[in-house]
Design a protein around this ligand. Structure first.
Ligand code: XMP
Ligand code: MG
Length: 182
């Protein structure tokens, strides 16, 4: 695995420090409120688990799995729900927990979908945000790190379903996806 990694972009310590910072803000913002965390599978598993444990607030957790239609690695904005929420969110305060916002298309679809269910509020916490996402008119209240426009892996993020269990965020060596051999 070591030689597949180009570099470590965000260390485990930096991730955990940021998680504590975000959790403190969420605790303050939702004090006295009943909060439902909605994790987006599978990438958000690690950030969801760590944020939830760093919060002092009692929260509920639910999950959605969505997939973008369309060929290739680019998000098309047309989204298919693979697993819907188990929870009725009408009247609830919802915080969507995401691993990464790239084009922002998946998230804008998801927010529209959730808002149509009449929640009391919907906000977003994304661990990572790429430069493209800044162009999308989505108000993301909690952002962990703004990162360069590179494909990243680890801490929930995969390349072909691998590397999700790395405790840090890294970039892949070109030979892994470039077919240049090693
Ligand atoms: P959009 O473009 O709709 O896509 O914001 C967001 C989803 O695309 C995936 N994604 C990545 N996955 N490394 C990954 O492992 C990346 O660098 C990356 N960029 C986008 C991810 O599933 C995210 O939810
Ligand atoms: Mg993925």
């Amino acid at each position: 695995m070591g030689r597949d990694l180009a570099k470590v972009l965000i260390t485990e310590e930096e991730l955990q420090g940021k998680i504590r910072e975000l959790a403190a803000r969420i605790d303050a913002d939702y004090a006295g409120k009943d909060l439902l965390l909605v994790g987006v599978l599978k990438g958000a598993v690690m950030v969801m688990a760590d944020i939830a444990r760093a919060l002092r607030l009692p929260v509920q957790m639910d999950w959605m799995a969505v997939s973008s239609y369309g060929a290739g690695t680019k998000s098309s904005g047309v989204v298919r729900v693979l697993k819907d929420l188990d929870t009725d969110i009408a009247g609830r305060h919802v915080l969507v927990v995401e691993d990464i916002i790239d084009s922002g298309l998946t998230l804008s679809w998801l927010l529209q979908n959730l808002k149509s269910r009449d929640p009391a509020s919907v906000e977003v916490c994304a661990l990572l945000r790429k430069p493209e996402a800044v162009k999308v008119p989505i108000d993301v209240r909690y952002v962990g790190f703004d990162i360069p426009n590179e494909f990243v892996i680890g801490y929930g993020l995969d390349y072909a379903e691998r590397y999700r269990n790395l405790p840090f965020i890294g970039t892949l060596a070109p030979h892994v996806y470039g077919g240049e051999g090693d």
